[in-house]
Design a protein around this ligand. Structure first.
Ligand code: NI
Length: 259
């Protein structure tokens, strides 16, 4: 069994085909899926999709690349999602200076506030970082001084050294399609150093399809392709990767879940 801990079945690309996509995932032993929200529309859709399908869960948050669309009133809506059992995580949240360096201050403020909500509601963070790894580490390190951090560095793109620093903060590391790309030296090195009990897998679909589907529509059914590459890199069996990543995902996201 596999757990796709980060899928955007709420994206426009999957409109009117969510049922088929989930069925295809199950045929490929991908039985548990997190539908991750990133803005107003996709937070609402993640909630609707998760309520409709078995073993499908939602997250809700403010993505740093979409931060300009959010204001105070959105925190109320976010909390209304976090009060629901079906919402198992806060995010995507984090920092993204690749797309929007000009909103840096607001990104940092909203990231910190989402970290506080994660602690308050005891729901882990799904953390997105792009071209902002030093600032993200500082925010998280500071937050870890005032209470236990729970969360995952999603689709981690930093170095093995940075991965270790985030692991030291108690966070999980999740890998996706890029680990299968032929020229992706750093993600492959990262895969080798993450301990099995701190590793998660994800697709981040519809983006970042693994080799040999690179550039095409990504979907949860491709998780085993990513897991197989990680198994090869770590020199362990595919079954071990399936077992540990599913178990880790359940521990992180579903420990407090009640039907
Ligand atoms: Ni994502």
């Amino acid at each position: 069994m596999f757990y796709d801990t980060h899928a955007h079945l709420n994206a426009d690309q999957f409109k009117n085909q969510v049922t088929e996509i989930i069925e295809e995932a199950r045929e490929n032993q991908v039985n548990v899926i997190n539908v991750v929200g990133f803005n107003r529309k996709t937070n609402a859709l993640a909630n609707q999709i998760a309520l409709k399908y078995e073993n499908v869960y939602a997250s809700a948050g403010f993505h740093p690349a979409d931060i300009s669309q959010f204001d105070e009133s959105d925190f109320e809506t976010l909390e209304s999602y976090l009060k629901q059992n079906i919402t198992v995580a806060v995010g995507e949240c984090g920092l993204d200076y690749y797309w929007h360096k000009e909103t840096k201050n607001k990104q940092i403020e909203y990231f910190k506030r989402q970290i506080e909500l994660s602690k308050q509601y005891k729901k882990p963070l799904i953390i997105h970082v792009r071209d902002a790894i030093a600032d993200s580490y500082e925010v998280l390190k500071e937050a870890s001084r005032h209470g236990h951090l729970k969360g995952v560095m999603h689709c981690f793109s930093g170095t093995p050294e940075m991965a270790k620093r985030f692991l030291d903060l108690g966070l999980y590391i999740s890998l996706g399609g890029p680990v299968t790309f032929k020229n992706a030296k750093i993600p492959k090195e990262v895969a080798k150093v993450i301990p099995l009990d701190r590793l998660l897998v994800e697709t981040d679909c519809p983006f970042l399809a693994p080799h040999p589907y690179r550039g095409k529509l990504n979907k949860p059914a491709y998780v085993p392709i990513i897991a197989r590459e990680i198994a090869n890199l770590k020199k362990v069996s595919l079954e071990e990767i399936a077992y540990y990543t599913t178990d880790n995902g359940k521990k992180l996201f579903l420990t407090n879940y009640k039907d």
